[in-house]
Write a protein that binds this ligand. Sequence first.
Ligand code: ADP
Ligand code: F6P
Length: 330
Amino acid sequence: MSSAVKTIGILTSGGDAPGMNAAIRAVARTAWGLGINVKGIYRGYKGILDEEIFEMDHHFTRNIITKGGTALLTARCLEFKEEEYQKKAADILKDHGIDGLVVVGGDGSFRGAQAIARQGINTVAMPGTIDLDIACTEYTIGFDTAVNTAMEAIDKIRDTASSHDRCSIIEVMGRDAGYIALWCGLACGAENILIPERFDGNRPKLVYQLINEIDSQKSSSKKHHMIVNAEGIGHSYGMAKDIEAATGVETRATILGYMQRGGSPTAKDRVYATYMGSLCVDLLAAGATNRVVGFRNGKFVDDDIEDALSMPKKDIDEYELEMARRLGRR
Ligand code: ADP
Ligand code: F6P
């Protein structure tokens, strides 16, 4: 069967995520298998406008599946939200013979993909972000690695916190989404999990509740107390100070930060990225455009980008939160 596209460009955009390299590898190798030429684009949409476009060869895709980050580098490009630059980008892609594009990124990047599709370049996107905050998919590439990386770090903090009978606040990534915090909190047996989805903006009230809990547990034999806090709530150092002052329990805060975005991807991230990358190319070869692939109800799926972006974000499962609360109470 002949392919609907002759040359596929691939870019990674927005925050990097472990597993993006597996996606790049899968896209390129699937395309080559179908007789499609592959061009790499460095630094996302910025790289199109700067014409950082190169002929990808087999060497580029070797030994990257194990690596974190993205071999294509990534960037944010605010001007790309303007139609003038989207037109310019499509012209540049056409000049380079690119008639199909794969975008790996979050939902901001999907909007960019939609814009390129509107300019006549067949475009398919796939979800790459550690935050797991994309409505159309139950899985985003990078989440599993980020959670495992944070979990290992939190386990280490627990060792020292319990040795000193301390309270620890560990801040994990997730500016708008609490999935990393929820999973780390559950996996590490945290007493409290603080997520932006359940934060009303009243920090003194939140700290007051934590102080009451810590005070009420003082008589228990377990002295240390672990709080996993999401970046979207933040203020971990201030909270630690307030808790220590009010309870007398030594309290330390650790902000894990960007270590969560790096590192060798887990098997899950590699395999999901491989599957999704391969699917993107099959869709382009079949003539599809303006699609985004995802994973729902146990299946890899694809949706129109417009539909995907208008899906309501699934709220964090209340049962999961209640379960975490019950298990956190001793
Ligand atoms: P993510 O893809 O992880 O959500 P961003 O929201 O920062 O990250 O988006 C990444 C890039 O996608 C932006 O820097 C911009 O180039 C592009 N982008 C975001 N929103 C739009 C939009 N509305 N129209 C076109 N391009 C967009
Ligand atoms: O990639 C998602 C994410 O890690 C968010 O959790 C975080 O808020 C954001 O990226 C920070 O990204 P940057 O500092 O690179 O803009």
